[in-house]
Design a protein around this ligand. Structure first.
Ligand SMILES: Cc1cc2nc3c(=O)[nH]c(=O)nc-3n(C[C@H](O)[C@H](O)[C@H](O)COP(=O)(O)OP(=O)(O)OC[C@H]3O[C@@H](n4cnc5c(N)ncnc54)[C@H](O)[C@@H]3O)c2cc1C
Length: 435
């Protein structure tokens, strides 16, 4: 069989501005592609698995149109990649690089297996605007605080992308024509596997997944992007981009989004992408020494927080919203995380582990980064501050009523403080505040 270049898709499930695909194509050999669902782990997240499966379907078709077969496998990633490289006679494997300790350990094992078989293993940055070593401080040391990182990021962004008037002129687009000249080495393209063949159970999900759906969401959000700082205050409404799962799976390029956001003067929204880059480089340069460790906590407290039974309506509504749909408004994620770490004194690792199972947009670096921040800020939490926050984020109680049917009948003045209603109003078994 003719030599090939194997593209290992991980969290870059797109054609547009795919640096890995571009670099692999430049090798000049026919391309083949593979995606591996890792073995189910303790933190298995069925929603994200379903989202990835749904996003792989259109990618399989898009690559197929270019004559590039996409094989979808399940198992130990390093072993599957090595086996696939041998089967497809790959001279090199290209993959998007991961900042997370598990991802890097997997990369090391993959590299060892491929090296033993004489196959090159190459990586490129497709998850972030800037790769983990591109924004560094004085004397090449990593930057530890966000504001300094943000300033350095904006300078680097201006240098690299500032002269471009649109995403098209950045050379991001035209993915299809870029790869079209490569002839396939395969007589027939593999069919897209059924869920059952991969050991996946179909899960209810609001999102369709895939590159086209991601761009549609961006188009819907774009007119509001410049007003993000104002609109984000309404936690009961979906005035944020809703792109989390798509960015985490890499269905849409963060580089292209950053250029478009900058052109729209959507500076607050762009800050989110900078923070995302920051947390990725943080996890790479400063992995928490207590990552796999968590302080003992009361199983009862943890269960009440997880299931939305703490007696604080905004916190409970938020946790039930997350559990039911896998998505939560950014300010509410912050509120529940600070509540767990600050008011309940829980360790961030327990909270992060629950989020890792629930969030459709779960991203290890972003999750850990935000939980470490919440653990630092949670100390300021107290009951009065929480009630004030609830009244600001959900002034008329719409969000609480939507997710806590047992409190739906409460008037506005009691919706965030049902314990003040005393015996006058039946709260249908809703618990009193646990702290
Ligand atoms: C404790 C905690 C855990 C979190 N875990 C995750 C996670 O696993 N995966 C994840 O994608 N986001 C996580 N976030 C960040 C944020 O809450 C979500 O990205 C956001 O709610 C997704 O909704 P959206 O796409 O509408 O976001 P928008 O508000 O429209 O923001 C656009 C994008 O910017 C990025 N972004 C936004 N806020 C942050 C942030 N605080 N840190 C880093 N990047 C950000 C995300 O990629 C997001 O999709 C977490 C936040 C907290 C407080």
């Amino acid at each position: 069989m003719q030599k090939t270049t194997l593209v290992w898709f991980r969290r870059n499930l797109r054609l547009a501005d795919n640096a890995v695909l571009r670099a692999a194509a430049q090798e000049g050999l026919p391309l083949a592609a593979v995606f591996v669902f890792d073995r189910p782990s303790e933190n298995d997240n069925p929603r994200q698995t379903e989202f990835l499966y749904r996003s792989l379907q259109p990618l399989h078709q898009d690559l197929g149109r270019l004559g590039i077969p996409l094989f979808v496998e399940r198992g130990d990633a390093a072993e599957q990649i090595a086996a696939c490289a041998a089967r497809l006679n790959a001279a090199a494997v290209w993959a998007d690089e991961s900042a997370a300790p598990d991802g890097r350990a997997c990369d090391n094992r993959t590299w060892r297996l491929l090296d033993a078989a004489g196959v090159r293993f190459e990586r490129a940055n497709d998850r972030n605007v800037f790769a983990k070593n591109e924004i560094m401080g004085n004397y090449g040391s990593p930057i530890a605080d966000f504001e300094s990182y943000r300033q350095a990021w904006l300078r680097a962004f201006e240098q690299r992308f500032g002269g471009f008037r649109s995403a098209e002129t950045c050379g991001f687009s035209c993915a299809e024509t870029r790869y079209a000249r490569f002839q396939t080495a395969f007589a027939a393209l593999p069919p897209f596997p059924e869920r059952s063949a991969l050991g996946i159970t179909e899960t209810d999900l609001a999102q369709t997944g895939g590159e086209a759906a991601a761009w549609q969401l961006w188009q819907d959000f774009e007119p509001m992007a410049a007003d993000y700082a104002l609109l984000r205050a309404f936690a009961a409404k979906k005035y944020t981009a809703q792109l989390g799962p798509y960015l985490s799976a890499g269905c849409i390029s963060p580089r292209m989004l950053a250029v478009q956001a900058a052109q729209k003067q959507a500076h607050s929204w762009l800050d989110n992408l900078i923070l995302r880059d920051f947390y990725h480089q943080q996890l790479f340069h400063f992995p928490p020494s207590d990552l796999g460790w968590a302080a003992e906590c009361s199983a009862g407290d943890l269960a009440r927080w997880q299931q939305g039974q703490t007696g604080f309506p905004l916190i409970d509504a938020a946790m039930r919203c997350l559990n039911a749909g896998g998505w939560l408004h950014p300010l509410l994620r912050q509120a529940v995380a600070e509540f767990w770490c600050g008011m309940l004194g829980g360790s961030w690792q327990h909270g992060a582990a629950w989020f890792a199972r629930c969030q459709t947009d779960y991203d290890e670096a972003v999750n850990i980064g935000n939980w470490r921040t919440a653990a630092k800020q949670g100390g300021k939490s107290d009951r009065r501050r929480l009630v004030r926050q609830a009244q600001q984020l959900d002034p008329d109680g719409t969000f609480v009523r939507r997710h806590l049917p047992e409190l739906a009948h409460l008037p506005k003045n009691w919706i965030h403080t049902p314990w003040l209603a005393g015996l006058d109003i039946d709260c249908h078994g809703y618990p009193p505040p646990m702290v």
